[in-house]
Design a protein around this ligand. Structure first.
Ligand SMILES: N[C@@H](CCC(=O)N[C@@H](CS)C(=O)NCC(=O)O)C(=O)O
Length: 240
């Protein structure tokens, strides 16, 4: 018998069944990459169902997850109402942010071409620079790499992270958000990573990267944390 559930062909739904298969399905964990998507979905007020992918049990490596999302990383989505009304499977948070903004015709991705490409430039700056470099600071400062005697790898990533923060600090002078007055997917991508670098529950690396001198970044991060969608998105999916 053919199933009525259009998502049942995706292996991921065997481990994480969809209670609302008509809604967008989010597979995530509240990490700096994961919360980008929950924050964006909250900002866009799109109905969605969030599933917790726990790293404690290596859920991201299970055949059910990898069978649908071969890169074994969160965040990832299935939109049952994708292009041409067909389900769309997507991983990589930058791609998901662009997809969601376009799907909803959201002002989070400006339509005017120059502003659009500039927004995408800062999104790529996060994806190619901030995310990978800050992540390495986390590894060498907070996680397994902290016990490495040779501090040169740590220092290399700390220096690059501090440089990226200085680029951002300069960008934010006289601006409310990355693109000025308009809040965009570039903000949603960047600020969770800046936050994670400096908070105690995150990498707790404020003093290493010269945070006290980043007064513009402190101002913008505080404003970001005030947004209701951010406060909500930071908790999704609940860690259980
Ligand atoms: N470039 C990817 C990075 C995703 C990523 O690194 N996700 C981490 C959590 S923040 C992950 O799933 N790690 C699990 C693993 O590597 O096994 C994106 O932006 O979506």
């Amino acid at each position: 018998m053919t199933s009525q559930n259009p998502l049942s062909t995706f292996s991921v739904t065997r481990k994480w069944p969809a209670a609302h298969p008509e809604r967008l399905q989010l597979y995530s964990l509240p990490t700096p990459n994961g919360v980008k998507i929950s924050i964006a979905l909250e900002e866009m007020q799109l109905p969605y169902e969030a599933h917790l992918v726990s790293f404690e049990t290596n859920d991201q490596l299970t055949p059910e997850f990898v069978g649908t999302f071969p890169n074994n990383k969160i965040p990832a989505i299935i939109d049952p109402q994708g292009p041409h009304g067909k389900p769309l499977v997507l991983f990589e948070s930058g791609a998901i942010l662009i997809y969601l903004a376009e799907k909803c015709a959201s002002p989070l991705l400006p339509v005017e071409p120059a502003a659009r490409y500039e927004t995408l430039q800062w999104l790529m700056f996060q994806m190619g620079g901030v995310g990978p470099m800050f992540g390495q600071v986390g590894f060498f400062h907070k996680y397994a790499g902290k016990s490495f005697e040779d501090k040169r790898p740590r220092d290399r990533y700390v220096n690059e992270a501090a440089r990226l923060l200085r680029v951002l600090e300069q960008r934010m002078q006289g601006r409310t958000w990355i693109m000025g007055e308009t809040y965009t997917i570039a903000d949603i991508a960047i600020w969770p990573w800046v936050r994670n670098m400096v908070t105690e529950s995150g990498y707790n690396a404020a003093s290493l990267v010269g945070w006290s001198e980043c007064t513009e970044l402190q101002r913008v991060l505080a404003a970001f944390e005030q947004r209701p969608a951010v406060q909500k998105g930071l908790q999704i999916p609940p860690r259980g």
